[in-house]
Design a protein around this ligand. Structure first.
Ligand code: NAD
Length: 319
């Protein structure tokens, strides 16, 4: 009995593997290393290098390792790039999901936890996003995640699958210094890159209708996120009824200006950020409640903002 973790060599997948193992679950790591690192896979962990587009390899892996559930974390995650590369995004995220679901059905594996995203909501016109907030994705990336959720719903009805989608908001921090977010597009890596290169970090837009004029987002620590996956896996495997989707949000927004202040405080590098123009399509505020996840998945924000920044900075410098 074990869990197949796709995308296990990536930033979030590598934390999820550790959380599952810490909870006493067996895991098999599966990754094509397109954006992940072999070194993120723990020593002694079974690792299969391959793509979720490879049906036969998936079936073989599930059978050989007696898999009874899948954490589907692999994906192409760059929303901005997805606008230029819609077919690539759909192939990785939608064809990948279809192939994986077919392989699961063929290997008689029916439990699946899916990495969905806040991007399914687009620019919600509410102060606090809840699970039922209308979905209005604004990029091929967000669309591909919403289609993933629909595919799971359809496989529940058609083939008795047991599924849940975890919608991540802004995932930051590091659970151990060897694991870091290598994304060239996220705020934390962008600020760290600027600081390490001696450049001044930038704020895109300080004239939004928010308390300090900068965008407000919902930041969550990757280790807290990973812990919720372990509970979701245990509950699905136990046959418990859980929701089809959970927002993993903090209920509390942090502005880009507040992040910059925390960056200066935690890195010890004093700086005054440059104010650059707004980026097209950046909503003023996206913050979600994590109430349902707290009820069912033991979801809690166990780390402070300074712990998120400090752990991410340590991991980035160790990279
Ligand atoms: N990082 C965030 O803030 C965030 C927010 C919302 C959702 N997500 C979702 O969480 C998941 C993980 O994100 P991450 O930040 O760890 O990104 P990441 O790029 O570090 O990890 C993705 C992993 O999947 C692997 N992969 C990609 N395509 C694959 C394929 N076809 N077959 C097998 N492996 C493949 C990559 O090599 C990589 O190791 C993604 O699905 C992403 O869309 C991330």
């Amino acid at each position: 009995m074990s869990w197949l973790v796709t995308g296990a060599a990536g930033y979030i997948g590598s934390h999820v593997v550790r959380a599952l193992r810490a909870a006493g679950l067996e895991t098999v790591s599966f990754d094509d290393l397109s954006s992940g690192f072999r070194s993120f896979v723990p020593d002694g962990e079974p690792f299969v290098e391959g793509t979720v587009l490879d049906h036969d390899l998936l079936v073989r892996t599930m059978r050989e390792h007696h898999v009874d559930g899948v954490m589907h974390i692999a994906g192409f995650k760059y929303a901005g790039v997805s606008v230029q590369r819609p077919l690539h995004t759909y192939e990785q995220n939608v064809t990948g999901m279809v192939t994986l679901l077919r392989a699961m059905a063929d290997a008689d594996v029916r439990n699946i936890v899916f990495s969905s995203s806040a991007a399914v909501f687009g620019t919600p016109d509410v102060d606090l996003v809840v699970e039922e907030t209308p979905k209005a994705p604004e990029s091929p990336y967000g669309e591909s995640k919403l289609i993933g959720e629909w595919l799971l719903r359809d496989m529940e009805a058609a083939a008795g699958f047991r599924t849940t989608s975890l919608r991540y908001f802004n995932v930051v921090g590091s659970g151990e210094p060897s694991l870091y977010d290598a994304s060239p597009h996220n705020l934390f890596p962008l600020v760290f890159d600027a600081l390490l290169a001696g450049r001044t970090p930038r704020i895109n837009g300080d004239d939004y209708p928010t308390p300090d004029g900068t965008c407000v987002r919902d930041y969550i620590h990757v280790a807290d996120l990973a812990a919720a996956h372990a509970v979701a896996a245990q509950r699905l495997a136990a046959g418990d009824t859980i929701e089809r989707a959970y927002n993993l949000g903090s209920g509390d927004g942090v502005s880009v200006r507040e992040i910059m202040d925390a960056m200066a405080r935690c890195t010890g590098i004093a700086f005054e950020p440059e104010i650059a123009p707004r980026r097209p399509g950046d909503p003023a505020r996206i913050v979600a409640t994590g109430t349902l996840a707290a009820r069912d998945l033991g979801w809690a924000m166990r780390h402070t903002l300074d712990e998120m920044v400090t752990s991410a900075w340590e991991a980035r410098r160790a990279a």
